[in-house]
Design a protein around this ligand. Sequence first.
Ligand code: AHR
Length: 674
Amino acid sequence: MNLIKSLTRGLSSSKLIVLLSIFTGATVTLTQAQTTNPIPVLQIKADQVTTKVSPMLYGLMTEEINYSYEGGLYGELIRNRAFKANPTNTVFWDTVGTGSISLDTTAPLNDALNVSLKLEAPQASKNSLAGIANGGYWGIPVKPKTTYHASFYAKAADGFFGALTVNLQSADGKTVFASAQIPSLTGDWKKYEVTLTTKKVKASKENRFTITTASPGTIWFQQVSLFPPTFANRANGNRPDIMQLLADMQPKFLRLPGGNYLEGDYIDERFDWKKTVGDVSQRPGHRSSWNYWSTDGFGLMEYLNWCEDLKMEPLLAVFAGYALKHDYIKPGPDLEPYVQDALDEIEYVTGDTSTKWGARRAKDGHPAAFPLHYVEVGNEDWFDRSGSYDGRFTQFFNAIKAKYPNLQVIATTPVKSSTPDLVDEHYYRSQEQMESQSHMYDNRPRTGPKIFVGEWATRVGSPTPNMAGALGDAAWMCCMERNSDLVLIESYAPLFVNVSDPRRGGSMQWPSDLIGYDALTSYGSPSYYAQKMFSTHHGDVVLATDSQDIPTYTWQPPAGRGRNGGGGGQSPAPRQVPALFFDATRDSQSGTIYLKVVNRLGTPQPVKIDISGISSVETKGEALVMKASSPSDTNSLKEPTKIVPVTEKAKGLGKEFTREFPPYSITILELKTK
Ligand code: AHR
């Protein structure tokens, strides 16, 4: 270390970078600008407000992917609770003891749950129990002194006179954590409910839920459910730890319910909202485009309750007549029922109780209307190669505007036959591409529709993004925030991943997701913390900024196409990409300026900051800093908070000061002004 110090003493920062690059082999190439004027300068023009920060800017996007709800946010712990995940197999269910299990379509609970699990246990006895077992979504979490709510529908064949025992036990059956009895069954379907309370046990997930009997006979089951305590104690509610991570982000809205999940592979696999509301035992469920079954226990009302619990408003995406396998409905009369479905859905969300669907919402437990300002028509309709979106969008747009003139209607791709209020743009990118487009909106004409960046992510790191991802994200968020007059709303995607088996086909369908979890615990990725930093630290107006001598690096975009930022068909020319990103906002009430600076380089970056148009800046302030020693540093279940923002006291501030920004860092400086 001393050798390095003596070698580098007195060198300018540019020469230092060159030297360090030689030592570390980093692929950073300095530009001429930097070698001639090594210290970058950022100017903040505090008397020049360029725009208001959009009050809706930071939100969330969600869909059922990566076991987001079932196996994630949704509290339900039983996997395949309604036995419809596979039509020919009792997947995720096992037999306990001497019995045998099978799917039975001759004894349905109702038209929606039209199959049941049949347990045949002719040999069951006190010494030879028989029953059913479920191992949950990669485990069932058992926590100390916790009360679980178990419920199921059951009926018995003639001749069964026994009791049922409901257990929460270790996967090997050797340890029973909690137990309850159902004294008897009848020959008709009936719902049974018990509570299971654990003692002072060690938290674990290698567990199973069982229902057993010591009496011989045949029993049918349907909708076998187990809920732990939920956020705000909502019935049919959500996991508190994941909800808390989201609450900490203070999101303004939730784009729901997709994504591909809205569309389905085929029209009849769409998110058919009317089949997702009301009594959960009347919801048929559906296969989703992410290749697994959804019971729809997490339906439209659950999305809305989620919004209410986190004080965010829904941004409702309505099915627009296109499914992913190019299954679509032509604009015109054939599309009308789908348009009507969307109008009904909006009425369900916003209508008062004198309306048909507002009354239905009240019957479903929520008399008050939910706030709604944005409706999106479809999802990624640029995939619709038939060209039908223009007509489909306009048909929805006209109908929505006629009934709800105040709603902002979002198109998923530009259209010609009407003028959407906003257009949704999606960017899944590499770090380099995200950084190379970090000034993309600065010069975008302000004449067309506003922009919703409804899905975006720097996809570096799996299952959750690492610090490189967070740096790319932060560069991009500076761009969106700086251009908040144009980019009114934004949401990262995907939000969730169950990391128990993070392979495609396992618990993950899409790598680089904001929040990871297993059955027991959860964590935020560095990208999560970057989002949280941005969404909780900004003013209400954007200030004009300028810069000189911003360092750059050389990036060779990959040849070929691809969502991660490939160029065209041929090998594109190398590009100079900025390595330092920034924007400044101010809170009009307090006068505090929030200066965001992102240093993507592996070397400290001194920056001279000049603030004009203001009388004074206090010398002391605060800095929120997230940094890493390597871009591949990340968080995980084992190290959930390895990379997190830390608040530091900042000294030496003023109208003009120089501050060194650490390698691989995101900093938000809070500057108190007068
Ligand atoms: O976020 C994952 C998927 O990416 C979304 O479902 C889809 O809209 C996009 O293609």
